[in-house]
Design a protein around this ligand. Structure first.
Ligand code: UN1
Length: 511
């Protein structure tokens, strides 16, 4: 399907402003944004960007929507998300095609991303009847001590280009079920996916009398729009996905007003391959994790820590697979590696390869791929043998570059795995139960995600997603991540005729 037709089917073709508050496509005075496909530079659409000042309008609208939405029973809020999941099922192929056109994902991964939205909707629907608080034994007679979870308020969502639909949905499906409106600042590299998700949500909101239109807004803008979201007192929670510098800036601004932030920042994900590993499985996992999404997932495998006895064998197998990887137009059915998001990303890739050489690395199979469509930035996934402490290895380059590092002892492998500033995802391939359990234990991987015999990327939505250290500490998606989007109230209810004080304190008034 051609982009014009896709945008039309998703209700985006006539949107010329990057400020959409509920149903209102609101005029803005920001710069014009030309959206082009990373596949071949095809112009997709053009719109005016919102400015930092526009954010206040979206916040006001969300605050009034909140007053209404917080009173709607949670299971009914879940019903809205059930319908949203259904509409996503109907539009899976079309929205997937837009993801491919706008960010260059291969079809299967683009549709997988929409499936991730559907999955989190299902999860959120179930959750809408399970926003449980605890009942706690009171130390005082005839008292009930219990906690309740209440809606928090408007949630600001700042998202990256690489998961242009799923990450917003992780946040918004939970936020809406928890009783919170959402204000979305997507990456300016993927505004059309954002407008499409919003338009599909508006279709279900329009038919839902309890849901105010202003439950959802999109603010397409630059840094000033992100800063305005981070500073807005009317937004108690800002969930931000992107680079470490962006997260530090957002975290500091939100922290300065004592708001909450949920940060999902850079990764530098490693896999340890031990002598007992099933190498055939490991190789499949390595290739998907390292070259899938052209190395542009925050969970992409960036460091392969391989036992010295296996290194040569593994490197030569990977070299031959890497030589024949199908690179090119992501819309063609056999392609596995599409373009990088833009030329700046390809330049960062070039620079890292150059620096790796200077820092003692041996680069195999890297360089630009020139047989892809013109006006796209295509690169060959690279393998680099290098030491663990090289500066390039410590830094995340958002491109398909896999560093190969060898180790001698298991302890050394764990130390290398943990010896980077980031802490998102990690994996071990081993058939030794002790190694596997040690890796998952308290002295093992220090990451938010630690896998055994699967790769670092492609997590399911049911687990909490996020990581430690410079990854930012936030947890999104499954498990009890919903608690981020609610406020907890502790209630002590006295149903006696006395007023006993806790801790045995006596405070008797003389009459
Ligand atoms: C991201 O790259 O920001 O685990 C998210 C994964 C995907 C999500 C990645 N489910 O690779």
């Amino acid at each position: 399907m051609r982009p014009n037709e896709i945008l039309k089917q998703l209700g985006v073709d006539s949107i010329e402003s990057g400020l959409v508050i509920g149903d209102a496509i609101t005029p803005t005075v920001g710069e014009t944004l030309e959206v082009r496909s990373p596949i071949d530079g095809t112009p997709l659409h053009q719109l005016k960007m919102a400015t930092g000042e526009d954010v206040a309008r979206a916040v006001d609208a969300a605050e009034s929507a909140f007053l209404q939405w917080r009173k709607v029973p949670a299971p009914l809020r879940g019903e809205l998300i059930r319908r949203y999941g259904d509409i996503l099922r109907t539009h899976k192929a079309t929205l997937g095609a837009l993801v491919s056109w706008e960010v260059g994902k291969v079809t299967s991964e683009a549709e997988g991303e929409v499936q991730e939205m559907i999955d989190i909707c299902d999860f959120a629907v179930g959750l809408s009847r399970q926003l449980y608080g605890l009942t706690i034994a009171s130390e005082r007679p005839s008292h009930r001590l219990a906690e309740q979870w209440h809606p928090l308020g408007p949630v600001g969502i700042i998202s990256a280009f690489n998961f242009p639909v799923a990450v917003w949905c992780w946040n918004s499906a939970l936020a809406l079920v928890c009783g919170d409106p959402v204000i979305w600042k997507p990456s300016e590299k993927a505004p059309l996916c954002a407008l499409a998700c919003h338009q599909l949500l508006m279709k279900v909101i329009r038919d839902f009398p309890e849901a105010p239109a202003e439950l959802s807004s999109v603010v397409v803008g630059l840094k000033d729009a992100g800063e305005a979201i981070a500073s807005a007192r009317g937004i108690p929670l800002v969930s931000a996905t992107g680079s470490v510098p962006m997260g530090k800036a957002v975290g500091a601004k939100v922290g300065a007003r004592l708001g909450r932030s949920l940060l999902e920042l850079g990764g530098n994900n490693a896999m340890i391959v031990t002598p007992s590993a099933d190498l055939d499985l490991a190789i499949r996992a390595i290739v998907f994790s390292a070259v899938g999404t052209a190395g542009q997932r925050c969970t992409t495998l960036r460091r392969l820590i391989v036992h010295e006895s296996l290194k040569d064998q593994l490197v030569s197998k990977l070299q031959s697979i890497y030589k024949s990887l199908p690179i090119g137009n992501p819309l063609e059915p056999d392609t596995l590696v599409g373009p990088l998001i833009d030329e700046a990303a390809a330049k960062a890739y070039d620079k890292t390869l150059e620096k790796a050489g200077e820092q003692g690395g041996t680069v195999y199979n890297g360089g630009r791929y020139t047989d892809g469509p013109a006006n796209g930035s295509y690169v060959r996934p690279a393998l680099i043998e290098i030491g663990p402490d090289a500066e390039v290895v410590q830094t995340e380059t958002f491109a398909p570059i896999l560093y190969i590092i060898s180790y001698t002892t298991f302890e050394e492998a764990i130390a290398i795995q943990n010896g980077v500033p980031q802490g998102l995802s990690s994996a071990i391939f081993t058939n030794d139960v002790r190694e596997a359990e040690m890796f998952c234990g308290p002295a093992g991987s220090d990451c938010g995600i630690a896998n055994v015999n699967i790769g670092t990327s492609g997590a399911e939505i049911g687990g909490a997603f996020g990581g430690e250290k410079e990854t930012g500490g936030g947890r999104e998606s499954g498990s009890d991540s919903w608690k981020n989007y609610m406020r907890r109230a502790t209630n002590t209810i006295n149903y006696s005729t006395d007023l006993p004080l806790a801790q045995g304190i006596k405070f008797d008034l003389k009459d």
